[in-house]
Design a protein around this ligand. Sequence first.
Ligand SMILES: C[S@@+](CC[C@H](N)C(=O)[O-])C[C@H]1O[C@@H](n2cnc3c(N)ncnc32)[C@H](O)[C@@H]1O
Length: 247
Amino acid sequence: MIHAKKQSSNNTRELEQRIENYWDKRSADFSRVRRRELDGPDGELWLRLIETHLPGENLRILDAGTGAGFFAILLAQRGHRVTGIDMSSDMLHEAKKNMTAEGCQAEFRKMSAQELDFPDATFDAIVSRNLTWTLPDVMEAYREWYRVLKPGGILLNFDSDCGKVTFSKKDEQTDVHAGISQEMVTECNSIKEELRISTHIRPDWDISYLKELGFSVASDADIAPLVRKDKQLRYDNIPMFAIYAKK
Ligand SMILES: C[S@@+](CC[C@H](N)C(=O)[O-])C[C@H]1O[C@@H](n2cnc3c(N)ncnc32)[C@H](O)[C@@H]1O
């Protein structure tokens, strides 16, 4: 029994390491697309959507799985006090470079979204985009997010039901995923197969678990048409759901 438990925690650590390596390798190319998003029309569209749901100005906000800092930078530019966390050191390096280029101030820390190093009730809001599909334990992440939100705090989670999709290599230069090698596409699909979240129907599963935790929840099935208008960026056409949850 003890042996089986040890084996399973070794497997989890191994999987987490693979996920971290994958995003480290993707960081430079990923950051290039995020810079375009920040500088093009879509950044403003995202901000408009997010601000509709934020409870005020000058908020303490956590960007979970910040990547190259997209949400963190947008919100810091609006005067919020933002901390972006990510497991990938290379992504955080890109986030800091992008923040300097945009001339704003946010804090970036290496940390797992499933195990937060913050006291209870620290944040007014948590924002997250395209993170939860790539987590080994989304329930743990949601429990942690609930813990660090202040009462009345808001969680905005934007993601897609990637579990049912098999990614393929994109060659069209304008495609946002054009820089990803076949080897990386194969690794991404293989990681996805290992994740329990890939077996759930989303966002239904998320909504029901968040309610169980005590959140009140609203959602949109697909916000992609609202925030992906930049003609120079060709995104995939998987719907992007939005979850707006209040503690
Ligand atoms: C698809 S990217 C999204 C980045 C950013 N939110 C955006 O929309 O541009 C997913 C990010 O989640 C990060 N990530 C994966 N597992 C994580 C974990 N356990 N804790 C924190 N970040 C994680 C990856 O390193 C990567 O930067």
